[in-house]
Write a protein that binds this ligand. Structure first.
Ligand code: FAD
Length: 314
């Protein structure tokens, strides 16, 4: 059983999602090759080669992979597929974009967002916004899987895999990268943060995110998250959204502020180790999954909390 894992590259760096997806593939019991595709990504390949458990890194450095458009990337993976039993990627925007195309081109089904590998052909994955877990057995000759990274601890470093350069494929030129708008932040990335402070509709405006949620996050070295209601209302940018249609996270500490705990939000954070809820409605569903809850007005609780945190630091 040989496994090809697509490396997740973000801002020209190897993203932590790759180390988590690697931890998942370990259960498949075979050599794992990591595919690094991009332009000017030699450093990324070196970082991938250092990850524990990587047998080989395939480096496809070519302008046609510069923005990881689905068409050329899927064609590349399909061209490599004859040598592999499992084609895997983290269930990130890139993985979700590319892998179903790979599956269709190979005429196999894809198994999405797996959270556990029981056997090389038996996988667990959540359905119904995380309210049921289904165990599926795949009889496909080649398995195409995406991995829910929040369910796995990243592997460490210590590997020294060989890097093999592979030549770029041809570009079907059916799509073209136009431009991107990247939200730059000094805070930890939502997907790999150990602590997340999330705000909901109750924040009432972007200025309150800036005045209350963000300083608390900075005090805790946390990433900032948001509910869809807060995003839709323009209080927070789209890439902060946690939930079924946003990011799925599982930090050590998740602080939900003014978030009711709708099923679609909970789907994205219920696997957090410790959940703290601050809400003025004691009947809010978020309290059903919170380990610690404060029933109170966030506009008085948050400043008090921040003050206490600052005191404990002095
Ligand atoms: C297909 C689909 C996909 C969806 N995907 C997502 C998703 O990915 N992520 C997501 O979050 N949602 C998602 N939703 C939306 C979801 O159903 C909820 O509408 C949303 O999560 C509600 O956000 P909220 O908790 O911020 O707002 P509300 O439900 O309005 O809750 C606000 C909470 O704040 C409390 N509150 C008000 N004032 C204060 C105060 N001063 N102090 C303290 N507490 C206060 C209230 O008691 C209330 O509990 C999805 C919905 C659908 C249909």
């Amino acid at each position: 059983m040989t496994i090809l894992l697509l490396a997740e590259i973000q801002n020209d760096q190897l993203n932590a999602a790759t180390a988590k997806a690697l931890a998942a593939t370990a259960a498949l019991g075979g050599p794992v090759h990591v595919l690094v595709a991009g332009q000017g990504v030699e450093k990324v390949a070196e970082a991938a080669a250092r990850l524990a458990g990587v047998a080989k890194v395939l480096l496809a450095d070519d302008v046609i992979y510069a923005h990881r458009l689905a068409e050329p990337l899927a064609a590349l993976i399909v061209s490599l597929a004859p040598d592999y039993d499992v084609l895997a990627a983290a269930a990130t925007s890139t993985g979700k974009n590319v892998m179903p195309r790979v599956a269709a081109l190979l005429d196999v089904m894809q198994i999405s967002e797996i959270t556990k590998i029981h056997a090389p052909d038996v996988f667990e994955r959540p359905i119904y916004a995380g309210n049921a877990v289904e165990m599926v057995q795949s009889s496909e000759a080649k398995k195409v899987i995406t991995i829910r990274t929040a369910a796995f601890q990243p592997v460490g470093e210590g590997g020294s895999a060989a890097i093999e350069k592979i030549s770029g494929g041809t570009d079907s030129a059916v799509s073209r990268f136009a431009h991107e708008e990247i939200a730059r932040s000094e805070r930890p990335e939502l997907g790999s943060a150990r602590v997340i402070v999330s705000g909901g509709r109750a924040l009432q405006g972007a200025e309150n995110f800036a005045m209350l949620i963000e300083p608390l996050a900075d005090e805790l070295g946390a990433a900032v998250g948001a509910s869809r209601a807060a995003v839709d209302a323009g209080y927070a940018p789209n890439d902060w959204q946690v939930g079924q249609t946003g990011k799925v996270v599982a930090p050590e500490l998740y602080i939900a502020v003014g978030i009711s705990g709708a099923i679609q939000h909970v789907a994205g954070m219920k696997d957090s180790k410790v959940i703290v809820a601050i809400n003025k409605d004691e009947e809010a569903p978020i309290f059903e999954i919170a380990d610690y809850g404060i029933v109170g007005d966030l506009f008085t609780v948050l400043p008090a909390l921040k003050e206490e945190l600052a005191k404990s630091r002095r």
